[in-house]
Design a protein around this ligand. Sequence first.
Ligand code: SAM
Length: 396
Amino acid sequence: MGKRVTINDLAVGGEGVGRLEDGRAVFVVGSAVGDELLIDLTEEKKRYARGRIVEVLSPGENRRDPPCPNVVKGCGGCDWQHLNQDAQIDAKLSIVAQSLERLGSISPPDIGYVSGPEEKNYRTTMRVGVVDGHAALRKARSNELIQLEECVVAHPMIEDILANGFFHTASDVTIRVGSRTGDRLVMGEPVADGFSLPDDVRVVGRNEARKGAEAFVFEEAAGIEWRISAQSFFQSSPEGAESLIGLTAEWLSVQDVGEQVMVDLYAGVGLFSGTVGDWFEKVTAVESSKSATRDAQHNLGSHVSIHQLEVEKWTPELADVVIADPPRSGLRASGVEVIRLTEAPHVVLISCDAGALGRDARLLTAAGYELDQIDVLDMFPQTSHVEVVSGWIRQA
Ligand SMILES: C[S@@+](CC[C@H](N)C(=O)[O-])C[C@H]1O[C@@H](n2cnc3c(N)ncnc32)[C@H](O)[C@@H]1O
């Protein structure tokens, strides 16, 4: 039988949280603060449960009709379509503050908010599933796929491929576009046999790419043309990339920063080495992915020395500044130890997961760094994903 619950907070993962009669927390996907709901329990543990909305009995004041037609079909691509924009912003700030307090044991200074790209049509890379040869997205908390021809957050050049592409027997496809250059690329998993796509789209199978087949787009950001291969990471949009560079440069420019050595950890195709790196005599970029390293070699000048290996395996060198932009798992103890050994007086940490930020904050503090500035950059509107830029100063 359904249970009644009132939602009183949003959790790090984006779900609403309420309390069951027995005191356990219950996490409900697609809910908003203030919602009174009838739910079914989908998972039960000793201390918490998960639920699915059966009926919204009374909507919270921040609930809205999702702007995307795929939400009613169950698409799980964007988990906050049902929240109005102001509520999304407040929730992101609150989730970051809570994570710093609870996991990082830090009372944060004021957390800044910087709007990212447009609310819609911003994503220039998307990985989607395939059903009967057509693009599909996963339902929330499920492996079930639903076909889609439009997507509110996809760049129109991607939407065109979603609607008109045929991907034969591939299980997944990665679609990447250079929104400012017009380049388009599709990578099929595991192969791209039998694909039907507009003539301008470059096509590659992941198996071929693994064996060294080169397939890339060019994208423009911060006045630079970046080569980005199918398998390399790039920020969700060139506008988002520019905001990240801007926040990093702004904070460093008001610090008394040495100009000799910058270390760019988790460097990707070289976004920070190729921009902020110009202020330094020498830049060291460390990146584990082969394709991203190859792109970085193409994108970066000769004052950058590029190391293709895991950060944990790199031999730290003394630095004036470290910029670290790890994947969702964060720096962890091993990454923080590498930073500590560089003795860098200034560190910029870019975090794409609030929980990892909290854990890294605790580790950085223990390694002798103090949080000086922190900003949430809203790179992923309509979703609970956060991108956070924080500036850290080593204490003498
Ligand atoms: C969030 S991306 C950031 C890339 C780049 N800074 C940018 O802004 O475009 C994280 C990058 O770290 C790389 N990576 C993941 N784990 C790594 C590790 N242990 N050591 C080095 N690089 C790693 C990934 O391949 C990816 O390129």
